[in-house]
Design a protein around this ligand. Structure first.
Ligand SMILES: [Fe+2]
Length: 240
């Protein structure tokens, strides 16, 4: 049964950081690695990123950027990849990406998607002084079925590694391999923790924040996104 899971967020063609993350996750002895998609549209090597994900059997879902690339839309940014330039392996890999993946773990079901469930543009955010509340009716409807409710939801899209706690369900945002807050996370169901790792220039990725899945005394637990009040202290997974 899967007990330790590596979580990689939106890749955006950061093949160097992807290689570092995979190497570190292997050293940490994870049983499975998942990735929230958005593989293209960045300054690195998309083909190599796809090869690395395939080589390490990383369970990967399709993001909005993967969809846009395949559909040939929103290709005007200088960092955007073009479908015509992709090799066959990359194209086949991108075309085969599922929208959602369900995984059985030792603590229950983990569901992986890019935005919110089947909507790759969906966002969930309890709201802070700096960033407004993002509620989601589809997620609320999904969470209302307590028998179906997975123990873990893993998404990306908002590029902010964080943990949002719902009743008996944790939503983990994988963040991204791009930019200032880049890194990855480890969900350890053996010691029931979630730990962030940050990239460090010229060195190995460094462990940053860790959360106890059971001890939520200093975190807010939401019933659903209707409860969001805009005064959240984010449970971030990167160093301040
Ligand atoms: Fe993204």
């Amino acid at each position: 049964m899967i007990g330790r899971i590596g979580i990689i967020g939106d890749v955006h063609a950061q093949d160097d950081k992807l290689r570092q993350a995979l190497c570190q996750l292997e050293k940490l002895g994870v049983d499975q690695i998942v990735c929230t998609g958005d593989l293209p549209d960045g300054t690195g090597d998309l083909e190599e990123s796809c090869r690395l994900l395939q080589k390490e059997d990383v369970l990967t879902v399709r993001g909005n950027h993967d969809r846009w690339l395949l559909d040939g839309v929103k290709r005007d940014s200088p960092k955007a990849h073009a479908r015509e330039s992709l090799d066959d392996n990359t194209l086949q890999f991108l075309m085969a990406l599922p929208v959602e993946i369900s995984l059985e773990t030792r603590l229950g079901e983990l569901m992986l998607f890019h935005g919110v469930l089947k909507n790759d543009m969906g966002k969930v955010w309890p709201g802070t002084d700096r960033s407004p509340i993002q509620r989601n009716d589809d997620l609320d409807f999904f969470l209302s079925d307590k028998k179906r409710r997975p123990k873990f939801l893993v998404n990306g899209h908002i590029h902010f590694r964080s943990l949002i706690d719902f009743d008996n369900c944790h939503l983990i945002n994988g963040g991204t391999l791009r930019g200032r807050w880049s890194g990855f996370s480890v969900l350890d169901l053996n010691d029931r923790t979630l730990t962030g790792f940050d990239f460090v220039e010229g060195s190995c990725p460094k462990r940053s924040r860790q959360y106890d899945l059971d001890n939520v005394s200093n975190r807010t637990i939401w019933g659903n996104t209707r409860d969001f009040d805009g005064r959240w202290s984010p449970a971030v997974l990167h160093a301040a």
